[in-house]
Design a protein around this ligand. Structure first.
Ligand SMILES: Nc1ncnc2c1ncn2[C@@H]1O[C@H](COP(=O)(O)OP(=O)(O)O)[C@@H](O)[C@H]1O
Ligand SMILES: O=P(O)(O)O[C@H]1O[C@H](CO)[C@@H](O[C@H]2O[C@H](CO)[C@@H](O)[C@H](O)[C@H]2O)[C@H](O)[C@H]1O
Length: 544
């Protein structure tokens, strides 16, 4: 999740008052439970960044459990809610709760993220998101170091540390900083030594982030955040549900998306100054971007080699891509591209000049593009499939001392855990990064369209964006191919690798069109332009 998603927390809305005698576990009893389920949670959840859909979508909210956690002085409950949609589908979200006196809550996050006022015996305070309270995070650390197991009604919440957690010493009184108010999940930094991620959407099965993080940490791959522990609920049937993931803290210079945009701005200034590097630095911003793209390719190649090594663990290693997978790729990607083309065609009437021409260009070639997707899939046979990152873009990379560290192995959040844990072509990750370079280049040129842009500035931006795009792609591709040379692809077609990469770039561009149309319509033209370029290339009238 990149910073573009982060929105400021809303001021406290009017809150209902709940009444309990003492323990937060009483929230499961009437009448507090009914108020929570019928008023507080239906109003609260749709405002959260990690919640999918709006208020109109919610038919019913059920509090599934409220397991006591913490102490009498600092009481919390671990809890999950089930959200039933009008469509009949339902999802589980994790919403740990905590009590805080109104004065201690101040105007910070515990107050902003309060669900209700809470009268607890003679005390009155707020019932808030437990994760905003440092004591909650510290208590999780204590439970992890003690390997605690909380049991109730046949289920267990297990606190499972890895061997590396011990190296960090006692973190039960550590300094806690929340990373930001709202993301897909919620994360806190602990003493700049560890990061605790609270998983919001709880799903049955093995969580790929803990699984891949644990595997790569054990394999000695250093360019990720090492896994330090996991908190999971294991249900009556023995099925795990990951609730929290603890990882090593990476002391970083920001995520690679923001870092890249900053460097591109500097490159534009250098261009306007006649190509002289700023800050007396002998390396220009463009050269730094090129070096970083190379490192990114190298680290990704190394990671794929580590994930694809022959292993006793059947969830890792590699398999060949045969006819069945090719048929599945063709079907799925064709459907995705078809949907993206439909979204563009449906929106045609609202598009301004150039964008409307682009929509017409795509509409006129609809069938040809879909035929080429099938052809690319057929030519991808023989390449290997393996575990991959699955949702790679510049926002999923941290810059640490100029080097690239890959984070957030959660996969595409809209898919089931089983889908996210499936074997894919490693070129899916390569395609994700190439598309991200396009996005960054597009952002650099976009500022050229702003009101204060001068013709000279516009020219400089276009020039820098084009140079960046081609240099980053080349450096990344070359370094990746070198680092991943040991992957045993056995393409059936001489052009198999090129075809597979084009296939996954098209898939990603189509995914992005659907994503942008839904969440950021202002950005839609970026992947539309990407799809046009890819289509021109495939239909024989463009270059990549
Ligand atoms: N191990 C880590 N060390 C330092 N910062 C981290 C670490 N993991 C995540 N972050 C910070 O948290 C942000 C969100 O992390 P991410 O894993 O993408 O969360 P989400 O699943 O909520 O999208 C990152 O962009 C980064 O700034
Ligand atoms: O971070 P998430 O895993 O939730 O990914 C989603 O949001 C991303 C945007 O934050 C989106 O990425 C697209 O925009 C990025 C710039 O903001 C760009 O770097 C990526 O290349 C582009 O795909 C991602 O597609 C979406 O799944």
């Amino acid at each position: 999740m990149t910073s573009s998603h982060i929105s400021p927390a809303n001021p406290t809305p009017e809150l209902t008052t709940l009444v309990i005698n003492n323990q937060l576990g009483e929230l499961l009893q009437l009448p507090a439970r009914a108020t929570l389920e019928q008023e507080s949670l239906p109003a609260y959840l749709p405002k959260r960044r990690w919640f999918s859909g709006g208020a109109g979508d919610v038919k019913q909210v059920k509090l599934l459990y409220a397991t006591p956690f913490g102490s009498a002085d600092e009481p919390y409950v671990l809890s999950e809610v089930e959200v039933v949609r009008h469509s009949g589908s339902s999802e589980h979200y994790q919403v740990p709760l905590g009590y805080v006196g109104e004065r201690e809550a101040g105007s910070g996050l515990p107050q902003q993220l309060a669900l209700a006022r809470l009268r607890r015996g003679v005390q009155v305070g707020l019932l808030t998101d437990g994760f905003t309270l440092p004591g909650f995070v510290r208590h999780v650390m204590g439970q992890l170091s003690e390997r605690s197991v909380l049991g109730w009604q046949g289920s267990e919440i297990q606190f499972v540390p890895t061997a590396r957690l011990q190296e960090l010493g006692d973190l039960t009184s550590a300094e806690i900083k929340l990373i930001s108010a709202e993301q897909s999940n919620s994360s806190a930094i602990i003493n700049e030594q560890a990061v605790l991620k609270l998983v919001r959407r709880v799903l049955p099965g093995i969580h790929p982030e803990a699984e891949i993080g644990g595997y790569l940490t054990a394999a000695g791959f250093e360019h990720i955040a090492p896994l330090l522990g996991e908190v999971r609920r294991v249900d009556e049937g023995g099925v795990p549900h990951t609730l929290m993931i603890l990882q090593g803290y990476l002391n970083n210079q920001g995520d690679a998306w923001q870092w890249t945009l900053n460097k591109l701005e500097r490159a534009v200034r250098e261009e306007l100054a006649g190509g002289h590097a700023e800050q007396g630095n002998s390396h220009s911003a463009l050269a730094e971007l090129e070096t970083f793209a190379g490192l990114l390719g190298k680290r990704l190649g190394e990671m794929h080699v580590a994930l694809g090594q022959a292993s006793d663990n059947p969830d890792f290693g590699y398999r060949e891509t045969g006819d069945a997978e090719v048929a599945e790729w063709s079907q799925n990607i064709t459907a995705q591209v078809r949907e993206a083309l439909k979204v563009i065609a449906d929106g045609r009437g609202h598009l301004p000049g150039e964008a409307a021409n682009q929509a017409d260009w795509l509409a006129a070639r609809h069938e040809q593009i879909l035929e080429r997707v099938d052809d690319l899939a057929q030519r991808s046979a023989g390449g290997i499939r393996m575990r991959v990152h699955g949702d790679l873009h510049l926002g999923q990379v941290l810059v640490v001392q100029g080097d690239a560290y890959l984070i957030d192995f959660e996969g595409e959040p809209t898919r089931t855990l089983e889908e996210r844990r499936a074997f894919y072509s490693p070129l899916k990750d390569v395609a994700g990064m190439l598309r991200s370079f396009d996005y960054a280049a597009a952002m650099a040129t976009r500022s050229a369209q702003s009101a204060e842009a001068t013709p000279e500035g516009e020219q400089a931006r276009l020039h820098i964006a084009e140079l960046y795009r081609s240099q980053a792609r080349t450096a990344f591709n070359e370094a990746y191919r070198l680092a991943a040379a040991d992957l045993p692809h056995a393409w059936h077609d001489r052009e198999g690798e090129v075809a597979a990469l084009a296939l996954f770039c098209i898939e990603k561009a189509a995914y992005e069109i659907l994503y942008e149309a839904r969440y950021r319509p202002d950005w839609l033209e970026v992947p539309v332009q990407g799809l046009i370029e890819l289509s021109k290339y495939l239909l024989g009238s463009g270059k990549r």
